[in-house]
Design a binder for this molecule. Structure first.
Ligand SMILES: Cc1cc2nc3c(=O)[nH]c(=O)nc-3n(C[C@H](O)[C@H](O)[C@H](O)COP(=O)(O)O)c2cc1C
Length: 264
């Protein structure tokens, strides 16, 4: 595949993966490209744990589903992320960022305007939306043939110091190499991040993976091969929109947005 096509086709997979195990060769390749990433003084502060053990994946899936139900039913998730939620194509065309919830059960569509109100929260809880979404999330994670834990070496990643920015940047670069390579391999990838949203849940995964004190677990991803026909979850979003260059590129100084490429 052409490199630029890979970059343009890279995306997050919200739906299920095929159950097929990820080949050892593809696992080796994903770790090779991660390790090729740039890092401050070539310190390579990243560490990875590849999880194929069924019991471990099922346990992390339960933790993720429970976390989603909790974050959705106590309102923290909507409160925290409402600036990114879009419920109409017009709103998305205007903002050109965030998540467009373009797949919603008919029952919920009339209430999208209330989703951020306490009345809306009561309604969703009454309709058990958090439980439905939590169970769907558990199934998605449990149905993944492979989870990838990403850690940083604490001797490099020292929050509050310049090294923490460097380490996070390097980790991001390593993960982008992995993300791009999934495109080439016919695979998909998605954050398993709800356990980060609920106090105490992340520590359960840290303990489960036996993360030693000198490493910090920074993220968990689910990976797998993409089915020929991708089934969208009952409640789903798309986030292919991007800002126009003039909205994020400047020329010579920040007083001059770059407007030449907007139509391209
Ligand atoms: C730091 C970070 C955190 C993210 N967290 C989540 C997440 O919790 N769940 C999810 O489905 N996607 C998550 N994503 C993926 C973004 O939602 C996605 O990259 C964005 O919407 C653009 O969509 P695309 O990746 O399909 O181009 C995250 C991405 C980044 C870089």
């Amino acid at each position: 595949m052409e490199f630029l096509d890979v970059v343009r086709r890279r995306k997050t997979t919200n739906g299920p993966f095929r159950p097929d195990p990820v080949s050892r060769e593809h696992q080796r390749l994903l770790m090779e490209v991660a390790g090729r990433a740039p890092s401050q003084l070539n310190s390579q502060p990243w560490r990875f744990v590849i999880v194929e053990d069924r019991a471990t994946i099922d346990r992390i899936a339960s933790i993720s589903g429970e976390s989603m139900t909790e974050a959705m039913s106590n309102g923290t998730f909507f409160e925290r992320y409402k600036p990114y939620f879009r419920f109409s194509a017009d709103e998305m065309a205007e903002k050109r960022s965030g998540m467009l919830f373009d797949k919603l059960p008919a029952l919920l569509r009339p209430f999208t305007k209330q989703v951020f109100t306490s009345r809306g929260q009561k309604l969703m809880n009454g309709l058990r939306v958090p439980q439905t979404l939590g169970e769907e999330n558990r199934k998605l994670v449990a149905g993944s043939p492979l989870l990838l834990g990403v850690m940083l070496d604490r001797s490099e990643y020292r929050p509050g110091e310049l090294s923490s920015f460097y380490s996070l940047f390097s980790m991001g670069a390593a993960m982008e190499n992995v993300w791009l390579t999934t495109v080439e391999l016919g695979m998909g990838i998605q954050f398993v991040s709800f356990p980060m949203e609920v106090p105490g849940k992340w520590q359960l995964i840290v303990d489960l993976l036996g993360v030693p004190d000198d490493l910090e677990l920074m993220a968990v991803y689910r990976l797998g091969y993409l089915p020929a026909e991708q089934v969208r979850p009952a409640i789903d979003w798309s986030s292919r929109e991007r800002k126009k260059p003039s909205q994020y590129v400047f020329r010579n100084s920040c007083a001059t947005p770059e407007t030449e490429w907007d139509g391209e």
